[in-house]
Write a protein that binds this ligand. Structure first.
Ligand code: G4F
Length: 341
């Protein structure tokens, strides 16, 4: 029987998994990382950066394989499970809808099923997503808003979200979900727009790159620091009653404005010229084009993100974010100035 303080984290090698592992270790928990494949240095860089790689134990865990999931859970008997593992890129979900659904949908269901049948107390956090809202239907979107996803990623996340509710209602299983708006950090993967921007702008500043391309500059997102979200997720599993919670800052910012704020953090300034695919961001000091638009990065469907209503999380979790968007960008830029990851 595992110690009563075992936390199993799926997706521990990603941004949220790494920060959550750090949080749990600081609180004295035994942290197990469920991973597919080997914990090689190139895959464990986030845990190494946080200085916690040696303190984490790994267990084979393949979200696309039911036997692997049940074996890992029976062997480790965790008391808390944080389920982050999934194909997490909305953009990539258009290219691989089946894998997205298998890992993100059925994988989550097997975890809930373990928690339902376990002979020891087991609480689950399921990473849900603002992508489950789909079209904007309210002035502010809360846990009770209409869910109408249009992307394969959003549809998959909604399946797991509703299953979590079904397990709570039908069996009393302790599964909470975080309806997560965008959350970023220095440990964010380079396939997401924020990291692409900070990393590219730093490379331009350091003379290692002359320009880079983005897709939809008008897309607006609600960006928070991942560290703040991890704190809220932990609080969710401390509640007696499991529930759903929207996590967000409540503020929308465009991709173009994120570029401007990154430039500001690097003591640069851009002048935007042209429109549509001809739009470009020009460095006001050098007159050189730094940012271009490449329609290859447009998505088949890119729904506008709604404004978030975060009152429930603030009230019931007694949670408030510690980082502003400026703090987040400064943190990312500081990291990118000294690391090429
Ligand atoms: O950074 P993104 O790829 O994040 P996206 O699609 O909003 O998804 C993230 O947030 C969701 C929660 O809201 C999570 F569920 C999900 O797992 C993930 O964490 O793209 C943000 C926006 C999009 O509108 C995209 O069209 O940026 C726009 N964009 C413009 N140019 C770009 C680019 N996105 C990427 N990845 N790369 C570009 O060059």
């Amino acid at each position: 029987m595992a110690s009563p303080s075992t936390v199993l984290i799926t997706g521990i090698l990603g941004q949220d998994g790494s920060y959550l592992a750090d949080h749990a270790l600081r609180l004295g928990y035994h942290v197990l990382g469920g991973i597919r494949g080997e914990p090689t240095p190139d895959r464990t860089w986030r845990l190494r950066h946080l200085g916690i790689h040696e303190q984490v134990s790994y267990i084979p865990f393949d979200l696309g394989n039911a036997d692997s999931i049940h074996t890992a859970l029976r062997q480790s008997q965790p008391n808390l499970i944080f389920n982050f593992a999934a194909q997490s890129s909305v953009g990539d979900s258009f290219k691989m809808p089946v894998q997205t659904a298998e890992s993100g949908g059925m994988g989550a269901l097997h975890i809930f099923e373990y928690a339902r049948t376990a002979d020891h107390p087991c609480r689950v956090f399921q990473a849900s997503s603002s992508e489950i809202f789909g079209d904007i239907t309210d002035s502010h979107h809360s846990e009770d808003s209409v869910f109408n996803p249009k992307t394969p990623y959003g549809a998959t996340k909604l399946f797991a979200h509703i299953m979590a509710e079904a397990y709570r209602a039908s069996y009393g299983t302790h599964v909470s979900t975080g309806i997560l708006f965008n959350h970023e950090s220095p440990l964010r993967g380079g396939n997401f727009v924020t990291k692409k921007i900070t990393k590219s702008m730093v490379a331009v500043k350091q003379g290692r790159m002359s320009s880079f391309s983005l897709g939809n500059l008008d897309a607006r997102r609600d960006w928070s620091h991942a560290k703040d979200f991890v704190d809220a997720m932990w609080r969710m599993l401390q509640l007696d009653q499991p529930d759903n919670f929207v996590l967000a800052s409540g503020q929308l910012t465009s991709v173009r404005e994120f570029v401007n704020l990154t430039a500001q953090a690097l003591d640069m300034k851009l002048d935007w010229q042209g429109t549509g695919t001809e739009e470009r961001g020009v460095d006001t000091k050098t007159g050189r084009t730094i940012v271009q638009v490449n329609p290859e990065y447009y998505r088949p469907y890119d729904p506008a993100q709604p404004l978030a209503d975060v009152r429930k999380a603030r009230r019931l979790l007694n949670w408030s974010p510690k980082h502003s968007l400026t703090d987040l960008i400064q943190d990312m830029v500081r990291f990118d100035l000294s690391h090429d990851i």
